[in-house]
Design a protein around this ligand. Structure first.
Ligand code: PAZ
Length: 325
């Protein structure tokens, strides 16, 4: 088998696995609505600005995907991701003038919510009369700021939020986003911070009803989720600037795995992070460098996403300029 032929066969096999994944996935309930929202959002900002520069858009994925074990799902496999990285990064992208499609796991961190009180929601408010409720004085500033910033981003047509829970929903929506943003070419970016399951139970092989414990220990085989990063890069969004993340708990293999992902999926950069230090430091791995990015400890409240997004914005600009030549 010559190498070209070998690669073609691998690509063909991958595309068949991807097709099988989507064909057997439960269809998205609100697929048409998602499509409409995306079209409207992109139309809203994709016309050139006054200075002739086209707008830039980033799809930020955030939080973890679940893997249902039953069709009428009682149990599922989940992961640790809080969505903090995606939510915080979204704020920096918006600040830099990007339009953001925030694809997030329901119930995880949201942009502009970091400084909201930790108290339970109902305790933020107090009744002032029979029919009036106000935010408690000690929370008023933080709540008002969060609401104003969020409202401005959505009302300006710069923030579109789409939610998922399962691996099936996540990949179907990601594909829709990629197809709808193709028209933006190199001005589109994918910032894939979501923790996406590597294994899943195909829908057709899944028990319909709750798995019974009376049948003894659970012995279940999971299939591998097809490598969608490859498909995103090659098929769905071939011109977009693509950043994926690599998380490991063993620092000895982290950079090597990030390098492998960079080459295998042809990403433009892979952000390598370790579970325990992910809020302090990441390493941006590209074809010719490994840049360590750290949170500035001298500035209280600063986070690692601030320098990370600055670096990626620069790289995206260079990518666009180089592609224009
Ligand atoms: O969501 P979070 O802020 O708790 O954590 C962020 C993260 C570690 C999920 C992200 O930086 C990441 O590495 N995502 C990809 C994980 C992976 O599938 O390797």
């Amino acid at each position: 088998m010559d190498t070209t032929n070998g690669l073609e066969i691998l690509q063909h096999n991958l595309l068949s696995e991807v097709k099988a994944f989507f064909d057997s996935a439960p269809p998205l309930k609100d697929s048409n609505e998602v499509s409409e929202k995306l079209k409207e959002f992109i139309e809203g900002f994709s016309t050139s600005q006054g200075d002739g520069r086209a707008e830039r858009v980033v799809c930020v994925t955030s939080g973890g995907t679940t893997v249902p074990l039953e069709q009428r799902c009682v149990r599922y496999i989940d992961n640790f991701s809080s969505g903090h990285r995606g939510a915080t990064s979204t704020e920096y992208f918006l600040k830099a003038g990007y339009a953001v499609i925030f694809l997030y796991r329901r119930g995880t961190c949201q942009p502009f919510c970091q400084s909201l009180p930790d108290d339970p929601l109902l305790e933020w408010f107090e009744p002032t009369s029979e029919s009036n409720i106000q935010v408690r004085e000690q929370h008023a500033k933080a709540v008002k700021r969060a609401i104003m910033k969020h409202h401005a981003a959505v009302a300006d047509g710069r923030l579109l939020k789409l939610s998922f829970t399962t691996i099936f929903e996540y990949l179907q929506i990601l594909k829709q986003i990629a197809m709808e943003t193709r028209c933006l070419g190199t001005h589109a970016m994918f910032y894939l911070a979501a923790a996406v399951s590597d294994f899943y139970k195909p829908w057709k092989d899944m028990a319909e009803h709750k798995i019974q414990s009376a049948s003894g220990p659970l012995d279940m085989q999971l299939s591998q989720v097809p490598k969608m990063l490859s498909v995103l890069r090659k098929e769905w969004a071939p011109l977009a600037f693509c950043i994926s993340f690599k998380l490991e708990t063993d620092s000895r293999i982290l950079l090597e795995k990030a390098d492998m992902a960079l080459k295998k999926y042809k990403m433009h950069a892979v952000v390598a992070n370790e579970l325990s230090t992910r809020k302090e430091q990441v390493v941006v791995v590209t074809g010719n460098e490994k840049v360590s990015v750290r949170r500035d400890k001298n500035h209280p409240g600063d986070d690692v996403e601030n320098p990370l997004i600055n670096l990626l914005l620069e790289r995206h600009s260079t990518y666009i300029e180089d592609s224009d030549i």
